[in-house]
Design a protein around this ligand. Sequence first.
Ligand code: NAP
Length: 324
Amino acid sequence: MRHVIIVGSGPAGYTAAIYAARANLNPLVIASSVEFGGELMKTTEVENFPGFPDGVMGPDLMDKMREQAEKFGAEIVYDDVTGLELDGDVKRVTLGNGDVHEALTVIYATGSAYRKLGLEDESRLSGYGVSWCATCDGAFFRQKKVAVIGGGDSALEEATFLTRFADTVYLVHRRDKLRASAALQDRAFADPKIQFLWNKTVANVYGDEKVTGIGLIDTETGEETTLDVTGMFVAIGADPRTHLVHDQLDLTAEGTIAVDGRSSRTNIAGVFAAGDVIDPTYKQAATAAGSGVVAALDAEKYLAERAPELLALVESPAAQAAAV
Ligand code: NAP
């Protein structure tokens, strides 16, 4: 039995772990088996995280956060959570390997998952030209033509990154105005390899075994065209990952976990949520980190108010470590 289990290992989860560990709460972080480190593991240079005037590579930043959390005593398990029992004083977290860990508090920081266009051939050709991660797959498209779908920060970052490899990057957006920040827009507009296709939606993805093109529809004229590309990078945002808890925790109209005001308190006592999974608006690494701070402090305060006999259930750090 632990004081706190943190589910998720992005900026929110690791920052919560740093704070909880420094408060001697010996947090256990369930980091995921594949996606540990969160979305920043899939990005290249992060230029807007405070403290790095020359930028920092996303995976390096996450590695530093993990190292900092471990330095103060956080333990990390690289497995996926398959079940959560959040009611009652003792919370139970079941992992993919069948282990069940118990804690008096849970901090839920699972971030968000990439959105799909919802086309049948998008799924079929996923990994065969359809991708959600330019940093993972961009190098396969040297001297090729690729399309990036979306008009937000992610789409422009992906497009700019892909110009390292591809000859031409078509930025396909459903409107005639971008949502992305001015700095990213300026950079993309100045890049001769990026061509903007405005007011276009993707209706089809073509190719038997690999992508050979995409079918576009002009939202104003209805005209259908085919764009010859061998890669399609989908960057149309992400949805909060709530599937493990949506039947236990209250959600907002936007689908994020509902928290009480500026706190991280959910509708269940002892369960706190942080990062993109509670944030429909800002979704920045720095705001997620701050949100992790809030969750750790809320959990600490909650624990300080628990009865001594409940706190006595928490095992020694040595017994906890042996259970991992
Ligand atoms: P986003 O800001 O929600 O933008 C999604 C884009 O995809 C929008 O342009 C949207 O079009 C378009 N879109 C959504 N659904 C679509 C569909 N079904 N078909 C076609 N287009 C669709 O998502 P994001 O770019 O992933 O960014 C998410 C958050 O992370 C934002 O807060 C962003 O600032 C942040 N972020 C920051 C950085 C950075 O600071 N360097 C980098 C990446 C992300 P509409 O514009 O018409 O709605």
